[in-house]
Design a binder for this molecule. Structure first.
Ligand code: CMP
Length: 138
């Protein structure tokens, strides 16, 4: 039981071979995997997923980065999932991320920051539904 959040292991972390280390830390922290797959976002996917950032100066770079290779998308369940997952991953910029957090260990920069975590229950539901059909959630 509990509520849900949505995550992606981003192309930088997949390229560096960190899928296993990141999933291990997530499950060891009490999250249950509800849905999971390896996939690659198209330019159209990334522009839609990150539409809220469309006016930001880094939008083009963000779309380019998120489409350059495969990601691992997942829906995770735990009490207080959204907030606890954001604590587990650490600050957006790895230089500001707390010791032991996923971004502190695996992220390269503010753009190439290894993992995504939803920022609200509402966005977790929207983002999960963007990547998974009902049949892919367990
Ligand atoms: P995330 O919070 O998962 O979703 C939005 C992403 O935009 C963020 O991770 C970063 O990867 C990216 N981002 C945020 N700020 C910057 C920035 N200043 N330069 C490049 N990318 C950024």
């Amino acid at each position: 039981a509990g509520n849900r959040t949505f995550t992606m292991i981003k192309p930088d972390a997949v390229e560096k071979g960190h899928i296993g280390g990141i999933i291990e830390q997530i499950t060891a922290s009490g999250f249950r995997i509800v849905a999971m797959k390896m996939t690659q976002m198209t330019k159209t996917d990334a522009e839609e997923f990150y539409a809220i950032h469309k006016e930001r100066p880094f939008f083009g770079e963000l779309v380019e980065f998120m489409t350059r290779g495969p990601i691992v998308a997942a829906i995770l369940e735990k009490d207080n999932a959204v907030d606890d997952f954001r604590t587990l991953i650490g600050a957006t910029n790895p230089e500001d991320a707390a010791e032991g957090t996923i971004r502190k260990k695996y992220a390269t920069s503010v753009g190439e920051n290894a993992v995504h975590g939803s920022d609200s229950d509402e966005n977790a539901a929207i983002e999960g539904a963007f990547h998974f059909s009902g049949r892919e959630m367990f």
